[in-house]
Design a protein around this ligand. Structure first.
Ligand code: JHZ
Ligand code: ZN
Length: 402
């Protein structure tokens, strides 16, 4: 049993095993390609409360060789980023520096740059970094960690703000990542770290958001403990209940006084039990119930002769299809707005990926909503399909036909 990737403790308790799954973003060019599978076991650390998977697939393989995720294909996410950027640039100017780790296609920093504040993106994904550069966001094509932070600091660069959205959970070397934040952060600087919260993941049974890219599943409790080890303090917590199934924005710094929102978040998690093993013990049973119900619903529809497609070639979609064993005999094809994903095939289950227009053209009787986190946006956009009698099947927290 490996030790905890945050505190090094040796008492990890596995509470869910999803079996051997293919890499969630490894979309195939050819359904006959050989595919690697890796175990997906999720554990809780009673010493620092961090939830984590045991498997460590090399990040190069996850985020460089097989990564077609572009942040700019959701209007809701773009709006969230724009509002965040607007808040950050208040009080900053041409002498400031905003660094984003995991800057993807420049979806956020372009707003900061447009406000006249110098920016630096850091992201190892080649096509995304190219897109960011084209949008006016200078981007280092590298993984972030202590080494890179030291190099930047040696060049005289310190960040007034570091943004890390959906990236801290994506690193196997969590302490190296946070040590890097501390190294790069100006003395009075801040970092804002966004990630889905493990509390909602468990409560809303979002088991499909567990995949090899996500090494850690964070809570305010585990983030506070991690930061303390590196001389940083969690001083503010914001909650975005609808973003990616329930997102937190954790604000950390060296020097700012702890605000009520941080104290409240920690007190709330203590009361809910997020920092104790009991909180996770019933999860595997509830995941099993959702899987059975979804398999039953899809099987029932197919038995009646219904044709079923899916919306969103999301990483979480790969977990869902594979952990439920929903192959092309059950779900015929998948649609996605991201042209980089179109023409490819889902890992493991091999559905072909086409454009969203295929729903109106092909008229499947039901569409499994793999990107359920963008339900509002997608349902509105697919009005024509719904008006023609099409139905959406939302898998979590409870499989439901809409
Ligand atoms: P989406 C991503 O996970 C990536 P994924 C990452 N692993 C992460 O940590 C989480 O987010 C938080 C498409 N789409 O973003 C775009 C449409 O086609 O929910 C995407 O391919 N039409 C870093 O991959 C997919 O759906 C639309 O209208 O699980 C959504 O994937 C919209 C809104 C999206 O997450
Ligand atoms: Zn730990």
């Amino acid at each position: 049993m490996p030790s905890c990737r945050s505190c090094g403790g040796g008492r990890l308790e596995v509470f869910l095993s999803l079996g051997d799954l293919p890499l969630a973003d490894a979309l195939l060019r050819d359904p006959g390609e050989p595919e690697a599978r890796f175990p997906l076991d999720v554990a809780f650390c009673p010493d620092c409360a961090l939830v984590q998977i045991l498997e460590e697939v090399p990040p190069q393989r996850l985020f460089v060789d097989n990564y077609l995720y572009f942040s700019s294909f959701s209007d809701a996410l773009l709006e969230h980023a724009r509002v965040h950027a607007e808040g950050l640039v208040e009080g900053l100017g041409p002498e400031s520096l905003v660094v984003e780790v995991g800057s993807n296609d420049g979806y956020l920093l372009r707003h900061v740059a447009a406000a006249g504040v110098p920016v630096l993106g850091i992201d190892p994904a080649p096509d995304q970094a190219d897109a960011a550069a084209a949008a006016g966001v200078p981007t280092l094509r590298e993984f972030f960690g202590l080494d890179l932070a030291r190099r930047l600091r040696a060049e005289g660069r310190r960040a007034d703000v570091i943004v890390a959205n959906n990236v801290m959970a994506h690193t196997p070397d969590l302490n190296g990542f946070v040590a890097g934040l501390a190294e790069l952060m100006a003395d009075d600087g801040v970092a804002t770290i966004e990630n889905p919260s493990v509390e909602e993941l468990v409560e809303r049974c979002e088991f499909d958001t567990i995949y090899h890219e996500h090494f850690s599943y964070l809570s305010s409790t585990s983030v506070a403990a991690l930061m303390e080890r590196h001389g940083l303090t969690l001083f503010r917590v914001e909650a975005f209940p609808d973003l990616h199934g329930g997102t937190r924005r954790w604000w950390v710094s060296r020097s700012r006084p702890v605000e009520e929102s941080a104290r409240d978040a920690l007190a709330h998690e203590a009361e809910a039990g997020v920092g104790s093993a009991g909180f996770y013990r019933s999860f595997a049973g509830r995941v099993e119930a959702v899987r059975r119900e979804l398999i039953g619903l899809v099987g029932g529809l197919r038995a009646e002769g219904a044709r079923i497609a899916a919306y969103g070639a999301a990483a979480k979609g790969a977990t869902l299809l594979n952990s439920c064993g929903l192959g092309t005999d059950m779900v015929e094809f998948v649609v996605d707005r991201n042209p980089h994903k179109q023409g490819r095939f889902m890992p493991g289950t091999h559905q072909p990926i086409g454009p969203p227009e295929a729903l109106v053209e092909q008229r499947p009787d039901a569409v499994l909503l793999l990107a359920w986190n963008f339900a509002g946006e997608i349902m509105a956009q697919q009005r024509a399909y719904r008006d023609a009698g099409g139905r959406f099947l939302v898998p979590v927290p409870q499989p439901t036909l809409v």
